[in-house]
Design a protein around this ligand. Structure first.
Ligand code: GDP
Length: 530
């Protein structure tokens, strides 16, 4: 491949790879459908959910997902609009699956923070926003459900500025009080976009554009005047959109809308097209950005077994960072040094697989793998390249897991190994002890529910879990581990398959006290932001 491949550069430039992060119920599923509707990818909103529901029913372990009515697995939606290819990576909303969201954030170029206008930023989701912010990912915010009574728009701006600790720049402004939503003013040209709802919201809302200076309908005039006044206050604050500040994650553009009514969805889609970053050179672990037209290199950010019961296989989700993907190509895994053929690559639309022959930087694809591919692995051709490892959140929940059926010990062990490799949970062992009972660790108990269900349905292992009293953990070293174990307080040390030692404590207070008494002991978070 030549150093400057114009097709590659062009293809990368028209990719927008992003995620929507939100608290459950903020409207992510609805918004996703409406983006597809506005992009012309589906004829009628509702078809994706319907399809997802039907497919999910065919997969056993997704029962957890259905029972809880939440999204456990991430999916990738790809759609084209206005000659731009959007890769929308889904993220589970529930806090217990934050680890999945963190991995998705490693694969995207930007993210939309979705907020319920009445509820604002909810504490559970705040950590994710902080992680996104700490990583410098360009963020934009969409305030949803403005069709319902909630906070006034100026109040929302204040609230978000305080919670997200970054300046927000409204690109659109709602006309009408919350609950009586008429349309939005586009701040770029001061035009008023008046929406009329289509019953049920399954079709694009009728949109009438009143240019700046043109006469506003009598009925809308008072609400429009209020919005104009509010915008003057925003202007006084000097909150101008600054592309550079947005791209470096220092400023958050803000839009208002209603996913249910299809208000403001077109504006969000156009904003993503116009300002969301395309696939850009990704920094490798030696700190240098790798141009998109270098030979193929991709980052595996998710590994999932048995996604489809008809294909008992493992799928690695990879994000193409440079070069062109071609089906059948042989790549090297930087961690193992082994080569593997990417013979079966799929574009994944919900649970449907579409065979993909080519992909470009920014694209995300599912490749079926027989060998050892783990989260964070770099796959490449040509000379060796490695992307920095994907961080993990520090566990806050721990259970012992024991096998109830001695005849199925092999399945039990294989299952645990698989779940550990996929990063569904951390599988730990008790250090300095003959106790063979493994310990599962994670951000929250729902992760264990998924693990137990999968051990049962995929590996035939019937297990019992028991809650352990630990709620805080820190990485330590051998010396630290010895100190922790010798401590008269209630502490313990677990070790991960990769050798990482985790000191665990009943709570943060006791942990902090231990740290104060033992200032030389190394105690670190797994990542900086928690
Ligand atoms: P998710 O959990 O974030 O995926 O949220 P959903 O898309 O499933 O939406 C949660 C609930 O909020 C559903 O009952 C939706 O119909 C409703 N909802 C979503 N968007 C809006 C909106 O803009 N306005 C109103 N009133 N309801 C909405």
């Amino acid at each position: 491949m030549s150093a400057a491949d114009p097709t590659l550069v062009q293809e990368a430039a028209r990719r927008r790879t992003f995620a929507i992060i939100s608290h459950p119920d903020a409207g992510k599923t609805t918004l996703t459908e409406k983006l597809l509707l506005y992009a012309g990818a589906v004829g009628e909103a509702g078809s994706v959910t319907a399809r997802r529901g039907r497919k999910a029913a065919t997969s056993d372990w997704m029962e957890v997902e259905q029972r809880r009515g939440i999204s456990v697995t991430s999916t990738v939606l790809r759609f084209e609009y206005d000659n731009v290819v959007f890769n929308l990576l889904d993220t589970p909303g529930h806090k217990d699956f934050s680890e999945d969201t963190l991995r998705v954030l490693a694969a995207v170029d930007s993210a939309v923070i979705l907020i319920d206008a009445a509820r604002g930023v909810e504490p559970q989701t705040e950590q994710l926003f902080q992680v996104a912010r700490a990583r410098g990912i360009p963020l934009m915010a969409f305030v949803n459900k403005y069709d319902r009574p909630g906070m006034e728009p100026l109040e929302i701006v204040d609230h978000l500025t305080e919670q997200l600790e970054l300046p927000l720049v409204p690109l659109t402004w709602p006309v009408g009080i919350p609950g009586a939503f008429r349309g939005v003013i586009d701040r770029r040209d001061a035009s008023f976009h008046r929406f009329t709802r289509v019953t049920g919201g399954s079709a694009v809302a009728h949109e009438e554009v009143v240019a700046a200076g043109d006469e506003i309908d009598e009925e809308d005039a008072p609400a429009w005047a209020v919005a104009e006044e509010e915008l003057e206050l925003i202007d006084v604050d000097g909150a101008e959109f600054d592309e550079e500040a947005f791209l470096s994650g220092e400023q958050i553009p803000l839009l208002f809308g209603s996913a249910a009514w299809n208000f403001g969805i077109g504006q969000l889609l156009d904003t993503l097209r116009d300002i969301a970053p395309s696939a850009r050179p990704r920094v490798t672990d030696d700190g240098t950005p790798r141009p998109v037209d270098q030979p193929f290199a991709a980052l595996a950010f998710k590994v999932q077994a048995n996604m489809d019961p008809r294909h008992r296989d493992r799928v690695a989700f990879v994000r193409v960072c440079s070069g062109r993907f071609e089906r059948g190509m042989r790549v090297t895994n930087a961690r193992t040094g082994r080569t593997l053929a990417l013979s079966f690559a799929h574009e994944v639309f919900g649970q449907d697989r579409v065979v993909l022959d080519e992909a470009y930087p920014g694209d995300v694809l599912g490749v079926i793998i027989g060998g050892d591919v783990r989260v964070g692995d770099t796959l490449y051709i040509g000379s060796e390249v490695r992307f920095p490892p994907i961080p993990t959140l520090t566990p806050e929940s721990f259970v012992t897991v024991s096998n109830r059926d001695v005849n199925r010990h092999k399945q039990f062990r294989r299952g645990l190994e698989q779940l550990d490799q996929e990063g569904v949970v951390h599988v730990l062992r008790r250090e300095h002890s003959q106790d063979p009972v493994p310990v599962l660790a994670g951000v929250g108990p729902m992760q264990f529910e998924v693990a137990v269900e999968r051990l049962k349905t995929e590996f035939g292992a019937d297990v019992r879990t028991e809650m352990l009293p630990w709620q805080a953990a820190r990485r330590t070293d051998a010396e630290g581990a010895a100190k922790v174990l010798a401590d008269p307080g209630h502490t313990d040390v677990f070790v991960r398959a990769d050798g990482t030692q985790l000191a665990v404590f009943p709570n943060r207070f006791i942990m902090d006290r231990f740290a104060q008494r033992n200032p030389t002991v190394r105690l670190e978070r797994l990542i900086g932001a928690d």
